[in-house]
Design a protein around this ligand. Structure first.
Ligand code: ZN
Length: 125
């Protein structure tokens, strides 16, 4: 008879998860310490992270570049596509707004990484 990692209640043999406390019984760790899948988070120290540099790298022509350099590739491409769509839809005026948002966003994300904080691949500001 097995027992739960936290509750010490008896559990039937062959069970993979305790019905009392939810702990895993196959030795893969507790439900409280499971880390997100690899690639979901961007760890500090993997990309150029100068916050000042990020703002300089986000002029209107390459909106999203800061995000791509920070490791948030999907988000950077979204900003890039958004900037193009806005430019077409508003004859260039909306592009300025997207550019400013992307610059501030890139600056904030870079600041977090500089503080040693991990950020999500789609984390904003
Ligand atoms: Zn248990």
């Amino acid at each position: 008879m097995a027992t739960g990692r936290y509750c010490r209640e008896d559990i039937l043999d062959g069970a993979i998860k305790c019905k009392h406390c939810g702990s895993q019984l196959d030795g893969s760790g507790s439900p409280f310490s499971q880390s997100p899948p690899a690639g979901a988070m961007i760890q500090p120290g993997t990309s150029p992270q100068s916050a000042d540099l990020m703002v300089l790298l986000s002029p209107c022509c390459i909106t999203g570049l800061a995000q791509i350099l920070l490791g948030q590739v999907g988000k950077g491409l979204m900003y890039f596509a958004l900037a193009i769509l806005c430019a077409i839809a508003t004859a260039g005026l909306g592009n300025i707004f997207v550019c400013i948002v992307a610059a501030i966003d890139g600056y904030k994300i870079a600041e977090k990484l500089n503080r040693g904080q991990a950020v999500g691949a789609w984390e904003f500001f």
